[in-house]
Ligand binder design. Structure first.
Ligand SMILES: Cc1cc2nc3c(=O)[nH]c(=O)nc-3n(C[C@H](O)[C@H](O)[C@H](O)COP(=O)(O)OP(=O)(O)OC[C@H]3O[C@@H](n4cnc5c(N)ncnc54)[C@H](O)[C@@H]3O)c2cc1C
Length: 392
């Protein structure tokens, strides 16, 4: 039974957005621009915004515009390359650029705090993929969106575009690359901060940190009760509109809402990790996002890329992502998140996804084994050290 205690937020809002990641930040901004009279509350269980998937080091920071991601142009069973998805993603990203330009011109956000222009490169290194890249380039180049795309098979030119990719490479390998100079690196954590900084200047916008959504119930159409807690105090909020932007935890909260749309969905616990270089000499030698092709049968998140990143004024180099298995849905989540999301209605769909993506399951199992092996080695080393220290 929740007893109402007052903490410094009101009891009723037009819109309550759960989670202070890039999704809630973007939606709050759009609602506020389109309906300036609406009062909005964002609640976040952590003490600041953008610390989960939107955190600067928790994603690749690619402004996805289909300039270099080869999985946006799949080949069909007749060996035809389909570029529809690439065009649609490119157009969506143009809309983001337009929004940022609009806000920047009005002094509402500072683009330099989160966006850096840098080339996007696709790189392949076998005959089959070279043929694919060339065909793809010829198709895309015809479209206005990709008319500035360059293609080369020259070792010298690719070395010039991306010296680290070519260092010590066997010069008998068949290689090719495409480049679009107008790509971007986006710091989503900084962008989230920019949006909230701007929104916080408005009288009818509030953000409440260290505030956890425990449960939610639809009373009737456009009327919700939200059970929240802050510093041990609990409170019931009323909202006409609720958006669950809780990242990985969204599935658990959606299930608690009990709305029909929450049925049959499951969460797949895949994490992504990076090798991060802080070696400035190395980092300054690379100036691009270079995406390659995952080996046949590998899951899409195993597409390797080497990314220049700018985070809080410093240049980094990220290589990855290395996908892994975890039962937590958030970095600062609980190991019970996955088990908590198993419901009668979603067990079948979850197993169906598992069977249809057997390669992904195999890949995750291997990653898990690697982690266990690594942990065991660390444990063995610690035991040796301990034995040495106490002199047994
Ligand atoms: C390895 C990897 C690489 C990626 N690379 C890219 C890329 O290059 N480009 C790109 O565009 N996207 C990329 N993404 C995807 C992108 O990072 C996510 O889509 C995006 O950050 C999701 O934002 P979000 O706001 O939905 O979630 P999050 O950023 O996870 O935010 C959710 C927030 O909700 C809060 N929360 C959770 N539960 C509660 C609760 N009960 N009460 C209150 N608050 C709660 C959390 O604390 C968190 O702050 C990548 C993702 C991964 C994993």
């Amino acid at each position: 039974m929740i007893t109402e205690k007052n903490f410094s937020i009101n009891s009723k809002y037009d819109a309550v957005l759960i989670g202070a990641g890039i999704m809630s930040a973007t939606l709050a901004l759009l609602i506020s621009e389109l309906f300036p009279d609406i009062n909005i509350l964002v609640i976040e269980k952590l003490s600041t915004s953008g610390q989960e998937s939107s955190g600067a080091f928790n994603n690749a920071g690619t402004g996805h515009a289909a300039n270099c991601e080869l999985n946006y142009t799949p080949t069909d069973e007749n060996n035809k390359i389909n570029i529809e998805k690439a065009l649609s993603i490119n157009n969506s990203f143009e809309e983001s650029l337009n929004l940022w330009a609009y806000l920047y011109e009005r002094d509402q956000i500072n683009i330099k705090n989160f966006l850096t222009f840098l080339p996007h490169i696709s790189f392949v290194n076998n005959s089959e993929d070279v043929a694919f890249l060339k065909k793809r380039f010829e198709l895309m180049k015809k479209c206005r969106e990709f008319q500035d795309m360059e293609f080369t098979t020259s070792y010298d030119e690719i070395s010039n575009w991306s010296p680290l990719i070519m260092k010590d490479r066997d010069n008998k390998q068949k290689i090719a690359a495409t480049r679009l100079k107008r790509g971007t690196d986006i710091n989503f954590e900084a962008l989230t901060r920019e949006y909230f900084k701007y929104l916080s200047r408005k009288a009818n916008f509030e953000i409440s940190y260290n505030t956890n959504l425990l449960n939610l119930k639809r009373i009737k159409n456009h009327e919700w009760d939200l059970y929240v807690s802050k510093d041990g105090n609990k409170k019931i909020l009323k909202a006409n509109f609720v958006f669950i932007g809780a990242g990985g935890k969204t599935i658990n909260l959606l299930q608690k809402s009990n709305i029909p749309e929450s049925k049959n969905y499951g969460g797949f616990p895949v994490s992504g990790k990076w090798l991060i270089s802080e070696n400035q000499e190395l980092n300054l030698n690379h100036h691009a996002k270079v995406y390659s092709k995952a080996p046949i049968g590998s899951p899409p998140m195993s597409v390797p890329h080497l990314d220049s990143r700018w985070i809080d004024g410093k240049k980094y180099l990220l290589f990855g992502p290395f996908a892994g298995f975890t039962t937590k849905f958030l970095k600062k989540g609980s190991y019970f998140d996955l088990f908590d999301s198993f419901k009668k209605d979603n067990l079948l769909p979850i197993f169906d996804v598992g069977f249809k993506n057997f390669e992904l399951i195999k890949y995750l199992a291997l990653q898990l084994l690697k982690i266990i092996y690594q942990e065991l080695r660390i444990f063995k080393k610690s035991c040796h050290l301990l034995v040495k220290r106490i002199g047994i």
